[in-house]
Ligand binder design. Structure first.
Ligand code: PMP
Length: 317
């Protein structure tokens, strides 16, 4: 199946979507992106684009930070995404990558007076971390950039150099993933995931003021824990050593889903196996991400290929 793209206002095979070598974003990282999973439900023959509205809302917030104008409203963006998915012909789970970027082919280190463009690519993407076996992590020697440097609340492309440095260091040292600390030494997040601890039966996760990306999976887990398990999440600063004494630890992210952490800095977490809370949240998340729990229908954009397009808009089930 050829990967597909929405580029320069048109749908086309990904192989035909090309940008010039002097493009501003390529040189300076002046772009922001999203990662959205399109979960294929083979029983229902439909995709569930999970919390797509929230993904585009976050992307447009990043655009404001970078002074990138969007020619599309949030509603138009997710409808475009549905159309792209339909045209791509996939019948398996996909990964959708919208990118808003500084497109002028100029040498100019600035955000103003530079043109913008927007594209969406759709492709397949294997699981990012092993959610069944769990992962082994290290604390990174790299610190997370903070809001006074490049604001981490946006998925700003240039910032991912920070993530890539940490991820490569971790993997080359034999770990699966890195945990980055903030500039002042508190637990921040993984290279592309938020982090949760279970401490005395409660969920604990770093707050927005600790330079995390405000993850959509993080928010989903907080709400599922509260509504379905009656468990509150405490958003507060977390010390590194709290990781070592936690009963359970896990990552959350669109790419990573809910990934249990079994070891950090060569210390076993809890019993060194997937914890009870983590497993219960994984099960709940597995149902909602496929669009199967009607209680959370506001989170689903269900795209059933082959159903009629009404007034130029994909039918929303
Ligand atoms: N932190 C970072 C740095 C990320 O790149 C991601 C992935 N988007 C996350 C956290 C998790 O966010 P989400 O659950 O919205 O995918």
């Amino acid at each position: 199946m050829p990967a597909y793209a929405f580029f320069h206002g048109q749908f086309m095979p990904l192989s035909e979507a090309r940008i010039g070598i002097m493009t501003h974003a390529l040189h300076y990282g002046t772009a922001c992106f999203e990662g959205i999973r399109g979960h294929w439900d083979s029983e229902q023959e439909r995709f569930c684009l999970f919390r797509i509205h929230d993904h585009y809302k976050r992307m447009l917030e990043g655009c404001r930070i970078l002074k990138i104008g969007s020619p599309y409203s949030i509603d138009a963006l997710w409808q475009l995404t549905g159309e792209l998915l339909e045209k791509s012909g996939y019948r398996e789970s996909v990964y959708i990558r919208p990118l808003a970027y500084k497109s002028s082919e100029v040498l100019a280190i600035r955000l103003h007076n530079v043109e913008d463009d927007f594209l969406i690519a759709v492709t397949t993407f294997p699981p990012y971390l092993d959610v069944e076996k769990g992962v082994r992590c290290c604390t990174s020697s790299w610190r997370r950039v903070d809001d006074t440097m490049v604001p981490p609340r946006g998925k700003i492309c240039g910032i991912y150099v920070n993530s890539a440095l940490a991820k490569t260091e971790a993997q080359e040292n034999g770990f699966d993933e890195a945990i980055l600390l903030t500039h002042d030494g508190h637990v921040c997040e993984g290279s592309a995931e938020n982090i949760f601890l279970v401490l005395q039966g409660k969920l604990v996760t770093p707050p927005s003021s600790d330079d995390i990306l405000m993850g959509i999976t993080r928010d989903t887990v907080i709400k599922l824990a509260k509504n379905e398990l009656g468990v509150d999440t405490i958003e507060r600063q977390v010390d590194r050593s709290e990781l070592y004494v936690a009963e359970e630890c896990f990552f959350t992210g669109t790419a990573a889903a809910i990934a249990p952490i079994l070891e950090i800095d060569r210390r076993v977490i809890g019993r060194g196996e997937i914890g009870e809370m983590t497993a219960r949240l994984q099960k709940l998340f597995g149902e909602v991400m496929l669009g199967r729990n009607p209680k959370y229908s506001g989170w689903y954009y269900l795209v059933a290929p082959g159903t009629p397009i009404q007034s130029g808009r994909k039918r929303i089930i």
